[in-house]
Design a protein around this ligand. Structure first.
Ligand SMILES: Nc1nc2c(c(=O)[nH]1)N[C@H]1C(S)=C(S)[C@@H](COP(=O)(O)OP(=O)(O)OC[C@H]3O[C@@H](n4cnc5c(=O)[nH]c(N)nc54)[C@H](O)[C@@H]3O)O[C@H]1N2
Ligand SMILES: Nc1nc2c(c(=O)[nH]1)N[C@H]1C(S)=C(S)[C@@H](COP(=O)(O)OP(=O)(O)OC[C@H]3O[C@@H](n4cnc5c(=O)[nH]c(N)nc54)[C@H](O)[C@@H]3O)O[C@H]1N2
Ligand code: SF4
Ligand SMILES: [Mo]
Length: 778
């Protein structure tokens, strides 16, 4: 039987005893696998340079996809370095991937559960037996529950261009399955950007250095965009002012000119206060708004956009101030009215611009200050500086501020500010979103669309736990989990645990015995980067990169695509899934101008020079204009113009709940990990901290008898999360900051307490709209 003592340790006792020794040292057999696999690290003889072989790959989890060079010797991975000449430099996590490859908890064979779920009692089985079991369970599920009974979860553990797509396509070829709707990460940003500017992913990192004013709004690039933070430092050396809006004095604030603490979830109120001042002080860029945006579109009394023809979606009407006529917005040589006083008297329509002003008008400086707890003079200075210090850039980048209940409005309000001031489409301006090569070139789906896919209602990703437990929208009998740490990353961990226990057959494909794999019925061992061939043409790097196989995987570990190819053969569509990997790489690249041969020489960027999204005011909507009035939001019964809705799970939104749980918890990403990935990396545990922290303000600590360094619990009705208190003024009073990504085996994830409400416009994740209390451990 396969039973690792370390997994059995109680999560409380484990961390208590750890101190500075590091987690691995506790386990009697902790280093056994590592030792077998790393003779070279212990060798005294020097390896000649000529004996090395090098391979390239990319750090494929949801970070910046830095290009990495692996050095191998006699089939073993010796070290990983940042690839010379690549545009960003990898970090400690990237070079510590050798410790991921040779980790003591690497899965080397399929494992079948034999004990209770979560107790880590498995027996090794052959791949053939594993595939038999999967096939049997899929067939039984479809027979008994229909394709609805199948559920696939994928996310960000490996964002290459092959694996997740192949997984989703496999289930489509089975006839369909239940899928996740939205994203834990940033679907609120998508819900704002797609209708407003016509695409998602538009990063401005190339021209950060050209900016004069950088507003990091609810995000922390010094940690989370670390590999190009040098651009921010360069901007400051060039004289730019950098301002951080965050309830926490984060690592970026430590390098900035100003930190503006804010009450979590109130960012849209701040934006509206700024917009009111910018409009009233006439700091808008009117020529830009008239030429490149839908601010001039006419809206009637029923709050409907006026169109020339109902059949032509793009036939928005405007009022031409030259001819005093209502005309289509794309009529040449017009000067469309922007403000109400440019319209004729006695009319029953107005402009989108006026509607924006009406939404902003109630947000006086006093009211904005009261809602956000930002001093009035700070708001005035912030608004004036942003609007007048050009070019100004807002760094949004999948921010913490949009992982809140109305996150789509937060993201949209930042675009409003940029558009109103003409701070977009220019060097050093814009909204820095995550982005990558997909904004620069077109790539193809690797698998042709499945012929017959049953439409099946999805599960909003934040509700995966609760909906499965309550059989919404239908019972799930078979759950395939890959590239995703559901036990650490989905909100409301206790509910997710119940769901994992409820579903009769849970398959987890991972390369480590992760917190999620502990709850599997069948664990499938998969490769890490450098153990298979793949392609990265994704959303975080501006380069297309080949991922080369450098070493053999341990034991029986296989690439995810190998598993789907074998299964597809059993279901009669092997020809679609069982081609050589090169076929899928070539399919993805076809027509992009980039070939595998080019990539063999190194990473390729599809365009030259600085990337400036929406250059010269050309947007990717069908009108090529940026839109402020969003009919999709109106269709969902939300305001089509950015509005501030108070967050429900907050001290003001739920005063009764706040009596029990008066602190607002926000999440933070750590330098030690990308989510739960690297969370158990031996080198990182050694040089970075090895226990979770809770940042709490001295006044909040004092009233709870908490001292710096005490073990404490963050808790609410959903669960509790244990961590060490850091008593500090680096967090706003009334707010605590929780660490993202700690494993169950390390004391458990902060997701034990996070809100599993669904962000309404994008099916997003509201982990930063969470009420808790904190108590000292007895
Ligand atoms: N080292 C490292 N880098 C990463 C990752 C990682 O795990 N580790 N993850 C990657 C991924 S997937 C993502 S999405 C990005 C995320 O990148 P970021 O958005 O920069 O990361 P977070 O730490 O989630 O959030 C940033 C800040 O938001 C603040 N915040 C929370 N709620 C609010 C609010 O309501 N208003 C305001 N104004 N601020 C708020 C938090 O205090 C935190 O400091 O990072 C990527 N890069
Ligand atoms: N509490 C809290 N929760 C959060 C957040 C937060 O700030 N706080 N942030 C949210 C955000 S922004 C994001 S993006 C998500 C990220 O959430 P996830 O995408 O779930 O991230 P990870 O925890 O890194 O889990 C990825 C898993 O994939 C595995 N893996 C790596 N490579 C492969 C592979 O090739 N094949 C397979 N099958 N598996 C592989 C890794 O070992 C790891 O177990 O978390 C969200 N959840
Ligand atoms: S973790 Fe992020 S910054 Fe570090 S090497 Fe990987 S992609 Fe680059
Ligand atoms: Mo994310």
């Amino acid at each position: 039987m396969y039973k690792n003592k370390q997994w059995e340790l109680d999560r409380r006792t484990l961390l208590k005893g750890m101190g500075a020794i590091g987690l691995a040292a506790l386990s009697p057999n902790a280093f056994s696998l590592a030792n077998e696999n790393k003779p070279i690290f212990n060798q005294k003889t020097r390896i000649k340079l000529s004996e090395y072989q090098t391979f390239q790959s990319t750090c494929a989890m949801e970070c910046l996809h830095c290009n990495l060079t692996a050095f191998t010797h006699q089939g073993k991975l010796i070290k990983i370095e940042a690839t010379e000449g690549f545009n960003v430099k990898c970090c400690l996590r990237g070079i510590s991937r050798t410790k991921w490859v040779y980790h003591k908890d690497r899965l080397t064979t399929p494992l079948l559960r034999v004990g209770e779920k979560g107790k880590a009692e498995f027996k090794p089985i052959s791949w053939n037996d594993a595939l038999d079991l999967i096939e049997k369970n899929i067939r039984e599920t479809i027979d008994k529950y229909g394709n609805e009974g199948l559920f696939i979860s994928t996310h960000a553990g490996n964002m290459d261009s092959i694996k997740n797509d192949m997984g989703k396509a496999f289930f489509d070829y089975l006839g369909g399955s239940t899928k996740q709707a939205g994203s834990l990460c940033c679907s609120a940003v998508t819900a704002a950007m797609i209708p407003m500017v016509g695409l998602r992913y538009a990063d401005t990192r190339d021209t950060v250095k050209d900016s004069r004013y950088i507003l990091c709004w609810g995000n922390n690039p010094a940690v989370t965009m670390h590999a190009y933070f040098k651009n921010y430092n360069q901007a400051r050396r060039n004289g730019a002012r950098m301002v951080v809006i965050d309830p926490r004095f984060n690592e970026t604030a430590a390098k900035a000119d100003e930190w503006i603490p804010i009450i979590p979830g109130t960012d849209t109120a701040l934006a509206l206060g700024m917009i009111k001042l910018i409009i009233e002080e006439n700091l808008t860029d009117k020529p830009f708004l008239r030429a490149h945006t839908g601010a001039v579109y006419l809206v009637d009394e029923q709050q409907k956009l006026l169109r020339d023809s109902a059949n032509d979606k793009d036939s928005y009407l405007v009022f031409d101030t030259l001819t005093q006529q209502i005309v289509r917005h794309d009529t040449p040589n017009i000067v469309p009215a922007l403000t109400h006083d440019e319209l004729p008297n006695k009319i029953n329509y107005t402009t989108v611009f006026e509607q924006i002003y009406w939404q902003a008008k109630p947000w006086t400086i006093e009211k904005t200050s009261k809602e956000t707890d930002i001093p009035q003079e700070t708001i005035i200075r912030l608004a004036r500086d942003y609007a007048t210090t050009k070019p100004a850039m807002i760094v949004q980048n999948m921010s913490g501020a949009q992982r809140t209940e109305f996150g789509a409005y937060v993201a949209a309000s930042q675009f409003y500010l940029a558009l109103l001031t003409g701070n977009i489409g220019k060097k050093g301006a814009g909204i820095c979103d995550a982005g990558g090569v997909r904004q620069m070139a077109k790539f193809n789906p690797i698998i042709p669309p499945a012929p017959n896919v049953k439409p099946i209602n999805p599960i909003p990703v934040a509700k995966v736990g609760e909906w499965i437990v309550n059989e919404r929208p239908h019972p799930i009998n078979f759950w395939w989990i890959m590239t995703m740490g559901v036990m650490t990353q989905l909100p409301n961990t206790n509910m997710v645990r119940k769901a994992l226990k409820k579903v009769p057959f849970v398959v987890v494909a991972d390369n480590l015995m992760s917190s999620t794999a502990l709850y599997a019925d069948l664990v499938l061992p998969v490769t890490t980067i450098f153990e298979d061939t793949s392609l990265m043409a994704g959303v975080r790097s501006q380069y297309v990169q080949l991922m080369e196989k450098a070493v053999e995987p341990p034991g029986e570990a296989k690439p995810d695509y190998w598993i789907f190819a074998r299964l597809a053969e059993r279901f009669g569509f092997g020809d679609v899934f069982n081609q050589p990997i090169e076929h899928y790489i070539d399919t993805c690249l076809a027509g992009s101008g980039i070939t595998r041969e080019m990539l063999e020489k190194g990473p390729v960027r599809p365009v030259e020079g600085d990337w400036i999204p929406f250059k010269d005011g050309i947007f990717r909507t069908s009108t090529q204009k940026a839109h402020f009035f969003i009919e999709e939001w109106q269709d969902k019964n939300y305001s089509p113009i950015v509005t501030y809705y108070p967050v429900k799970e907050s001290t003001t939104g739920s005063p009764e709940l706040a009596k029990k749980y008066p602190l607002m918890a926000v999440q933070r990403k750590l330098a030690r990990s990308v989510h739960s990935s690297h969370g158990m990396n031996e080198w990182i545990l050694e040089v970075q901290r090895n226990q979770p922290n809770i940042l709490i303000h001295p006044n909040d600590a004092l009233s709870r008898g908490i001292n710096n360094g005490d073990w404490v619990f963050a808790f609410n009705d959903r669960g509790e999360h244990r961590a060490i208190a850091v008593v500090t003024t680096h967090i706003k009073q009334g707010v605590v900051s929780l660490d993202n990504g700690w494993w169950e085996q390390q004391g458990g994830s902060s997701s034990h307490v996070t809100n599993d409400h669904v962000e309404p416009l994008g099916n997003g994740h509201c982990c930063n709209s969470t009420l808790i209390n904190v108590r000292r451990e007895a």
